[in-house]
Design a protein around this ligand. Sequence first.
Ligand SMILES: Cc1cc2nc3c(=O)[nH]c(=O)nc-3n(C[C@H](O)[C@H](O)[C@H](O)COP(=O)(O)OP(=O)(O)OC[C@H]3O[C@@H](n4cnc5c(N)ncnc54)[C@H](O)[C@@H]3O)c2cc1C
Length: 411
Amino acid sequence: MDFAFDARTEELRANLLDFLTGSVEPAEAVFHQQLAAADDRWAWDAAPVLAQLRGQARHRGLWNLFLPGARGAGLTTLQYAPLAEITGRSLLLAPAALNCAAPDTGNMEVLDSFGTPEQQRDWLDPLLDGRIRSAFAMTEPEVASSDATNIATRIERDGDHYVINGHKWWITGAMNPNCRIFIVMGKTDPDAPRHRQQSMILVPRDTPGLQIRRGMEVFGYDDHEHGGHAELTLTDVRVPASNLIGAPGDGFAIAQARLGPGRIHHCMRAIGLAERAIERMCARADERVAFGRPLAQQGVIRDWIAQSRVRIEQLRLLVLKTAWLMDTVGNKGAHTEIQAIKIATPGTRRSRPTVRPGCPRTSGWPMPTPRFARCVLPTARTRCTSMRWPGPSWPGRRRPAVDPLTRTGSP
Ligand SMILES: Cc1cc2nc3c(=O)[nH]c(=O)nc-3n(C[C@H](O)[C@H](O)[C@H](O)COP(=O)(O)OP(=O)(O)OC[C@H]3O[C@@H](n4cnc5c(N)ncnc54)[C@H](O)[C@@H]3O)c2cc1C
C-alpha cells in the first residue's frame, strides 16, 4: 500500500498551506470584527475580507477543490482529503474562501450530478462562482428526521407546477439573505414504495409562501458566522414543475448520494481542527510552568499529548482509506467505512485533552473561533473530572516512548 500523496496533491497542499498561514489565519480576527460591525449579522459572506480571500484563492487555483469532474477542480476524493484537512484548521474562513463550505458543497454536487441544464445554469453556475449561497431543507420538527422516509412535507403536482406545504428546522445557512436557493425534500407520492415517496425540489428564497421563522442555537451559539440554522415554513409554495431535481421519487436516492461526500468532508476538516488544537496545547504546555518546570515536562501532560497524536493519526488513516474506497468502489461500496468515520471522528474530537488551567468554562484562552471552543471545551470538562478522580486505567498508563512535543502531524 502506498501512503504517499501524488504530485498534484503535494503541489496543492503546499499552495494551500501557504495561503492558510499567510492570508487566512491572519484574517480570522478581521472577519469577526467586520461581521460584528455589519448591519445584518447573518450576512456573513458580505464581509469584505472574505471577498479578498476568495479573489486570492481563485488566483492561486484553489477554487472549488471539492468538486470532481470538469466543473470543479477535478480532484479525486483521495486528492481532496488532505486539502480539506488543511481548511479545517480555519474552519469558518478557509472552506468559505475556497468555495468549499457546507452546505453549498453538497448542494452543488446534487445539481452537478442530477440537475437539468437549466437548473445548472440558473443555480449551479452562480454557486460555483461564489455569488450566491444555498441551503438543504430536509429535517422537520414533527418527525424523526434521521430516518428520511419519515419526512412529511408535501410536494403536490398542480398542472405545470408543484405546490409545497411543510415545516422545516435546523436549515443551515438559511438566515443569510444571500442564501438564494433551497433544495427542499418532501413527499410527491405517499403511496409509493417506502424509498420512492420522496423528491427534491428547488425553491428560490423569494418564492411567496416560504417564510423564515427564526434562527436556532446550538449550545448557545447561533452560528451567524456561516448563516445560522433556520426554522422555516412552506405554505402553498408554488414553483414550476421543472424545478424538480431528477424524477418524482428520486429524492431518497439523491439524499443518500449527497451524504457520502458530505460526511467525509466534515471528517477531514475535523482532523485539521484537531491538529490546530494540539498545536495550541503544545505551545501552552511549553510556556506554562507548574511545580518548577513547564507543563510540557510533566509526565501526565506528555501522555495526553501523545495519546492525542496517536488517535488523530489513526483517524486520518481511516478517513484516507474511506476516501480511497469512495474513488475505487464508489460511495455504496464504501458505505461501512463512511459510517465508521462518522462515528470515530466526533468521538476522537471529543476526547482531545486540554492543558488549559482552571475551570475550562472561564474566558480568556485564545481561541480562533467560538466553534473551535465548542469543539474543545466539552473535553476539558471531562479532563477536569479525571484529574480529581482518576479512572482505573489512569495510574497504570505508561509514559510514551516517543517525545510527543516534537512530532507534529500533517499538515
Ligand atoms: C448544527 C446542525 C445543523 C443542521 N443542518 C441541517 C441542514 O442544513 N438541513 C437539514 O435538513 N437538517 C439539518 N440538521 C438536522 C439534522 O440533520 C437532524 O437533526 C438529524 O438528521 C437527526 O434528526 P432529528 O433531529 O429529527 O432526530 P431524530 O431522528 O428524532 O433522532 C433523535 C435521536 O435519536 C437517536 N437515533 C436516531 N436514529 C437512531 C438509530 N438508528 N440508532 C440509534 N440512535 C438513533 C439519535 O441519537 C438522534 O439524535 C442540522 C442539525 C444540527 C444540529
